[in-house]
Write a new protein. Sequence first.
Length: 628
Amino acid sequence: MTATVDADSPETEQDRDTDTRTDTRTDTDTDTAEPSETGTDDRGRNADDRDQNTDDGDQADPVDPVDPVESPSDSASSGKPAASSHGADETMLIPMLLRPTVREEQGHGQPAVPKSDRWIVLALTAVAIALSATAYGYYVHEHITMAIKDSYSHLEIGRRVISGTTPGIAQLGGVWLPLPHVLQALLAWNWFMYHTGLSGSLISMAAYVIASQAVYRVIRVFDPERAWPAITAAMVFMTNPNVLYMQSTSMDELPFFACTLVAVLYLLRWATTGRPTSLMASGMASFAAMLCRYEAWFLGVLYVITVMVIARKNGHTWRDVRGLGLVASVFGLVIAAAGWLLYNWAIFGNPLNFLDGSESAAKQMAGRTDAEIGHWRVALHGYGTAVIADVGLAVLIAAALGLLLLLGRERLSARSLPLLCLVTLLPFHLYSIESGQFPFGVPDINNDLDNLRFGLPPIVPAALLVGYLFSQLPGKHGKVRLPGWIPATVAAAASVALAAMGAVTTVHHQAAIAAEATNDLGYLSYQAQVADELEHHTSGLILMNAYGNEKALFPVLDRVIYEGSKTTHENIWFQSLADPAANRIQVIVMRFTGPTADDVFRRLHGSPELKDYRLVLQNGQYLVYVRR
């Protein structure tokens, strides 16, 4: 039975009075109001302001769910939390997430954006696509789109899922997170796409375009009236030399950036409008990010805490806060984490296989005594060097100014919290390096370039903070009124200058990560020789370890029996190691150094099982045998 509420009840009258006070605020009140708890500034607070500042000849868009700006609610701009219907009995029957806010009930929850903004988004997309394609073409010409050692692993996993000796979901492995590989598998069935690396590069390139748009849209929430601060932020991200290189590869950084930025965008929209759909979209994007890189697991926890803090700041009851936190944790954290744990348990018999399995980072780093492990000062110096090389000193300085301005003006407002979540990526990676979670090297510490890409994620908060910095420059609504072309010109020049100064921090006129990849080419030269031998001078099944030999097996992946070659009923890998000839193995590849010997060498070198095979290739790391 549905309960009813008397139209003259005190609660209804109070709500009506609140709405009337909100709608009748004068321009003077707007100019003198203190910043609201959600951090909404004076721009774009009522329909009159929006009409006056819409570009000439343009009208405000009607409903458009993909427009980049959602105006803050009236209750937020007045410094008061949105009115709730705690006394209305019928609302208890409606799931809290599906209950519209007062603003949505009144039809004021839609964004008001000039039509010209759509053309800006289209132009920005076109520029991103052009930059993406140009960078990819350049790095193909330099032969380094697949030079990073791990890029072969990503491509091979995507191919194994749908092809090879034992295709299936188990071929996703238990260390790398699965989403980038699932996406690559959609293209890796085509041999040309796989062999050229395009099956991975296209995923990264698409993610680059999405991430560029997301940067723009985030800053438009902070400055609905002017587009150029958001364009500046997007250009800082889009023109970064290391971002352009990474989006040309099959690595998983760009999909992580895209999913993370979308999660922050919708979390920010929910903070400023209260739309339940925005909270759900943020959770789904966080879910996707958690299936790209492990940093997103840390961010996922922060998002849940942020949702609860924002809900409380916006006036929700503790009951609602708990409900919102539960929704955010289930959709944005628990499902992804539980799914990956369940997968590892089902395939490897250990839900924590990705943490302590035979191929996990912990096993790889066991026993290492790198200079940065256990030494905070050395780790800070090394990580700082990588961040400066990847992001650029000028961008970091501008971002630091933006962060100070964000903290000073927003005072930890609801809309500032999603951006602050991203800043925590820096201490997270610093701790990971100090605790020895992955190998890391810079010339100043160990005379090497290794995993410099871990210094790249700060480009995401840095671009947003630079955009926020420019969004706070005086404009039409500032006390100092400047013609629109002046700040726009300054911002355009600044974005180009920041990109140029970022390029100065590169190594030997290359993006820092590209320089590392070029070094890897020399390290992989022995593997390249083996790969050529296997591709052009052998046939039949090949027995070899995949781990540590990724480039060597890359062109002959479909013929390889490796440590993951298993079915539900038998372990083909163990059977082939025990008796290669009986299992129709035609080629045996073993690595005796570089830096350690692999399983095939330890099991078969000098054994009677090799009597049916002859040595056809030996170099500084490998022995290749072919059946007689």
